[in-house]
Unconditional design. Structure first.
Length: 491
């Protein structure tokens, strides 16, 4: 019997993951990717003697990648990664420095010692975060919110019984302020809102489950850098028979009697029984289906933060820094007001510095380090980036030089920049938003598009702009939910 054909649009992690799940369901799977490389936002580049991961730098929930190898029966082919002992180094503007260890007990000790919080308070906060993740988190992230069965089961019942303690009606910041006495601890735990590009002053306190991912499950580093995640999934997909066409932009989804029947590409029409869009949902409707009204609806969802990233090859080693480093701003509230209310660059941004050569020495020459320096930025709406980017660069250089005790600019050997406009043009992320729409409201999860289309039969969705949201783990979950839908349709 001839195999049914599935076509996937986009070879980001979500598109690659769904292709593996569909090939294992017995489909003949083809991916069309507009770029010349796979991985989408998860890519790498070389700048002289320095290698950089272009996008994600923090690897959490690795079991979601491992699962793809398990279900394919190729457990032994998964790539090597290590659990980090140290999660992040924090630098506060008043000179307080603090290293967050991965082990929960040690973290509690460190927060008690450096920030003066009661150990019991921190322990309880982390325990409640774990509970939230295991009840509501899993419920919302691993299942479809459009199925009644999601809300009618034992796990959901457990969540309803504890609804008052879950923090759906207060903001993450209010919850953290009510828990901790030191504003620095509040800032530290507010930061987790940015893990999906949201605002701690608006996002619900349920987000206090995110630290559990780092301190409960762990933060990891792939031995050959983040690129190994997308490369290894692509290799697995190809080994199972998935065909990946690069430099192959999809220009339309063809429908007949309300059913997706294939794709239009530069090379012509390609027929399919199932179409999975792993690209921006608003663009899928507006540009690929010509359904502008629905496209607009999803385009209007408030976007997550974007970013300005400077990739610097620095000809110097720094002892004070680790793999992940955060240099907090003085006024976090003002920073998020600028990002989300004014949609401007903050006067004083919090700086994230990632140095992968701390773990993978080949990423930089023996005298230097590869610095990935990122600040949050509002999603692009045509703001004055040409002035803001150099102005912010100066502020960032000044702060890093003060903290590290040398003139950073003088040590930069090579440099390139990624910013909201180039993020959009390179990955198709609207406004350069890193994580699709933000989670600033308690209804955000219900406003995201589902993993199937109610408008077009045989069309399914995965990726950072649909349920359950952005970030590598959620993009992988979306692929799993979309594949389950396809399976349930019995093609
Ligand atoms: C700078 C940065 C830092 C980040 N940091 C982290 C982090 O530390 N941890 C984390 O978990 N997440 C992080 N993220 C978010 C994470 O990268 C994304 O959520 C995730 O990679 C999204 O994967 P995706 O498959 O949904 O989409 P994408 O990676 O965007 O892939 C979509 C693909 O579709 C292709 N495409 C678009 N239109 C078409 C078309 N018409 N035809 C064919 N192909 C098309 C694109 O070229 C692209 O390859 C970060 C993102 C960025 C940009």
């Amino acid at each position: 019997m001839e195999k049914k054909k599935a076509i996937v649009i986009g070879a980001g992690v979500a598109g690659l993951a769904v292709s593996i799940r569909l090939v294992l369901q017995g489909f003949e799977v083809t991916i069309f990717e507009s770029n010349w490389y796979v991985g989408g936002k998860l890519s790498e580049f070389q700048l002289d003697k320095y290698r950089f991961d272009a996008g994600p730098s923090l690897f959490t929930m690795p079991h979601l990648v491992e699962e793809l190898f398990w279900i394919a029966g190729k457990k032994s082919e998964k790539f090597p990664f290590k659990k980090l002992d140290e999660v992040c180094r924090y630098f506060f503007p008043d000179g307080t420095k603090f290293i967050a260890p991965a082990e929960k007990e040690k973290l509690v000790e460190e927060i008690h010692f450096h920030l003066g919080e009661e150990k019991k308070v921190v322990e309880k906060y982390l325990e409640r975060g774990k509970f939230k993740y295991e009840t509501v988190g899993k419920l919302f992230l691993e299942r479809c919110l459009r199925k009644p069965s999601t809300f009618l089961n034992k796990q959901a019942l457990k969540a309803y019984l504890k609804i008052n303690t879950l923090g759906l009606s207060t903001s993450l910041n209010s919850y953290n302020e009510a828990t901790f006495k030191n504003p620095k601890t509040v800032q530290l735990f507010n930061r987790y809102a940015t893990y999906n590009g949201s605002d701690p002053y608006q996002t619900p306190a349920i987000m206090s489950m995110i630290p559990h991912l780092e301190f409960g499950i762990g933060a990891f580093f792939p031995e050959n850098g983040m690129i190994q995640i997308s490369e290894s999934i692509a290799k697995l997909a190809e080994s199972l028979g998935v065909v990946i066409h690069l430099n192959a932009k999809v220009s339309g989804i063809k429908t007949e009697n309300g059913k997706a029947i294939g794709l239009e590409t530069e090379k012509g029409f390609c027929k399919a029984d199932v179409v999975v869009s792993a690209v921006d949902v608003s663009q899928t409707y507006s540009k690929l289906l010509g359904m502008k009204g629905i496209g607009e609806k999803y385009l209007k969802l408030p976007k997550s933060t974007s970013a300005i990233i400077w990739y610097w090859g620095v000809k110097r080693k720094t002892e004070q820094t680790g793999l992940h480093n955060i240099f907090f701003s003085k006024d976090y509230k003002e920073e998020f007001q600028s990002l989300f209310k004014k949609k401007e660059m903050p006067n004083e941004p919090t700086i994230y510095l990632n140095i992968s050569s701390k773990e993978r020495i080949e990423d930089a020459p023996d005298y230097g380090e590869n610095w990935f320096v990122m600040v949050n930025a509002p999603a692009n709406e045509g703001q004055d980036w040409d002035n803001w980017i150099p102005a912010t660069r100066k502020i960032v250089l000044k702060r890093l030089s003060q903290e590290l005790g040398f003139d950073v600019e003088k040590e930069i050997e090579v440099e390139t920049t990624l910013e909201p406009r180039t993020l959009e043009s390179r990955t198709g992320a609207i406004g350069g938003a890193l994580y699709g729409s933000n989670s600033n409201s308690q209804f955000a999860a219900f406003l995201r598009h589902a993993n199937f289309s109610t408008e077009v039969k045989n069309l399914f969705f995965c990726g950072g702009t649909v349920h359950p949201g952005g970030g590598i783990p959620l993009a992988l979950q979306s692929a799993s939910i979309a594949a389950d839908y396809v399976k349930a349709c019995n093609f």
